[in-house]
Design a protein around this ligand. Structure first.
Ligand SMILES: CC(C)(COP(=O)(O)OP(=O)(O)OC[C@H]1O[C@@H](n2cnc3c(N)ncnc32)[C@H](O)[C@@H]1OP(=O)(O)O)[C@@H](O)C(=O)NCCC(=O)NCCS
Length: 200
């Protein structure tokens, strides 16, 4: 029940527990969070997505876990590992890292912190040979995070998801091999340049 899967400096990744679904919908089923995920979802779509999340945990022992901030126990979103379940791709069944965070928590490095913990689990406990991440061209923050984690762009693996609108196609693919994680991890831990950024 809500047991901790991983702990980082500021965050806990834990299993889903009773009441999480309602809180998640309240704080994350918003136009900005869902901008590149097909927009705000109706109740039955949300339930189906949560059921899939439970199913990954049941079937594989990992899923998109709840991310909680240690300082105030706020639920920030989810991050973790599922398996590719999109149609029309050769990637089906591969380890996939993913994330979704509340808008008021963006830009503070939380997703990077949780994703590093997730990739540690992928290559450690779950012995993944490689991990993919899927997004769309327009989702700049998610793409940036993939790059920040040392994931390589794999245009050869991109695919069209017939369930999605034109704006959300193609699905673009990033991939990280287990052998590259130690070096990528060290680079990902480096804090972004805190110096002046205004070059105007
Ligand atoms: C993607 C998401 C999880 C990033 O969360 P976050 O906590 O803001 O990410 P971080 O603060 O760890 O930042 C990660 C990197 O992305 C960069 N970044 C964040 N927002 C960005 C934006 N709008 N444009 C470009 N880069 C951005 C950060 O600068 C950082 O790179 P840096 O370390 O080199 O500076 C968050 O924006 C989100 O939940 N989006 C909506 C849901 C979603 O689209 N999920 C992904 C589906 S594929």
């Amino acid at each position: 029940m809500g047991e901790v899967v991983s702990e980082t400096e500021r965050l806990v990744l834990r299993n889903w527990r009773s009441g999480d679904r309602e809180e998640f919908v309240r704080n994350l089923n918003t136009p900005s969070v869902m901008r590149w995920l097909g927009g705000v979802q109706d109740a039955s779509t949300c339930t189906a997505a949560f059921d899939r999340i439970d199913g990954f945990q049941r079937d594989f022992g990992h899923t998109f876990w709840i991310v909680e901030r240690k300082s105030d126990l706020a639920m920030l979103g989810f991050c973790g590992l599922k398996r590719v379940n999109a149609p029309n791709t050769s990637l089906t069944g591969e380890f996939e890292v993913g994330w979704r965070f509340r808008e008021d928590s963006w830009g503070q490095g939380y997703a990077r912190e949780a994703a590093i913990a997730s990739l540690d689990l992928a290559f450690g406990r779950f012995a993944a040979p490689h991990v993919v991440a899927l997004t769309v061209e327009g989702n700049a923050s998610s793409r940036r995070l993939m790059q920040r984690l040392g994931m390589g762009r794999r245009a050869d693996l991109d695919f069209n998801d017939p369930r999605l609108a034109a704006e959300l196609n193609p699905t673009i693919v990033y991939r990280l091999d287990a052998a590259n994680w130690p070096a990528a991890r060290s680079a990902a831990l480096v804090q972004p340049d805190a110096g002046p950024t205004d070059s105007a």
